[in-house]
Design a binder for this molecule. Structure first.
Ligand SMILES: [Cu+2]
Length: 249
């Protein structure tokens, strides 16, 4: 859709790979088209006013132009945008959809930790600064922070949401397409903020199961050392600060 070089790439919100990002991108294009049309209209009026000369007839009812352009038009345009955005919001948040997988996200200065839950809610795999998602599955991210406020954002999949200490924010995303994509902390969180990124890999079910197996969590898993370094299954700050929404099982 977009032919400009800056519109592509692994971190472009204008190259959506899932329903939430598609809803955001379509709203963006609609707003760009509307803003361009309004800008051209205003410039057209300006050009007319500047070029029509001094000796032309004044407008018979100039206040009509003010009412139409200053009240009626903005009310219609902003009202239509509000309705469109509200109708689209369920696609952005994934509200009402069935969740196939839950991933706990913990942000820290300056890395991301991902804990994959199994169907019983137990942590089955752990990854740091790398995320894999099963193709076509709805994933719920439970997002928290162990230190300062960060923001979890995978532009090709959807909107961003803050990672706040002492609180869990939830975001549902689905990847309908594979391809290179990247997540990025979107809230300035200290000196290494710009490097707080993670690659996102979208895999079919079999490859995803293999990916999880390599990062299996627990005493027998390869990630036992990483889990201990990261504070265990619950994580110290996560367990202590999880009071706003309710403690995790
Ligand atoms: Cu951050």
């Amino acid at each position: 859709m977009c032919t400009l070089a800056a519109c592509g790439g692994p971190q472009s919100a204008l190259d959506p790979a899932g329903p939430a990002a598609e809803a955001i991108a379509s709203t963006w294009w609609l707003m760009l088209g509307g803003a361009t049309a309004i800008w051209l209209t205003v410039i057209g009026f300006l050009a007319y006013a500047l070029l029509r000369g001094r000796n032309t007839r004044a407008l018979a009812r100039p206040e009509r132009l003010i009412v139409a352009g200053g009240l009626v038009l903005p009310t219609i345009v902003l009202g239509a945008l509000l309705v469109y955005g509200t109708l689209n919001s369920a696609r952005v948040t994934g509200a009402g959809t069935e969740v196939d997988l839950v991933v706990e996200v913990t942000a820290r200065q300056w890395h991301w930790q991902f804990r994959y839950r199994d169907a019983d809610g137990a942590v089955q795999a752990l990854a740091v600064d790398e995320l894999a998602l099963p193709l076509g599955r709805m994933v719920e991210f439970e997002i928290g922070s162990d230190d300062v406020i960060h923001s979890f954002w995978i532009p090709r999949l959807g909107g961003k949401i803050d990672a706040i200490p002492g609180r869990i924010n939830r975001l549902r995303l689905r990847a309908n397409r594979a391809g290179p994509m990247r997540g990025q902390c979107a809230e300035f969180c200290g000196l290494d903020h710009a490097h707080m990124t993670f690659p996102v890999t979208v895999l079919d079910d079999a490859a995803f199961a293999e990916w999880l197996a390599v990062r299996a969590f627990g005493p027998g898993g390869d990630n036992a050392g990483a889990a201990a370094a990261a504070g265990g299954a619950a994580g110290p700050a996560r367990a202590a600060g999880n009071t706003t929404i309710g403690a995790r099982p």
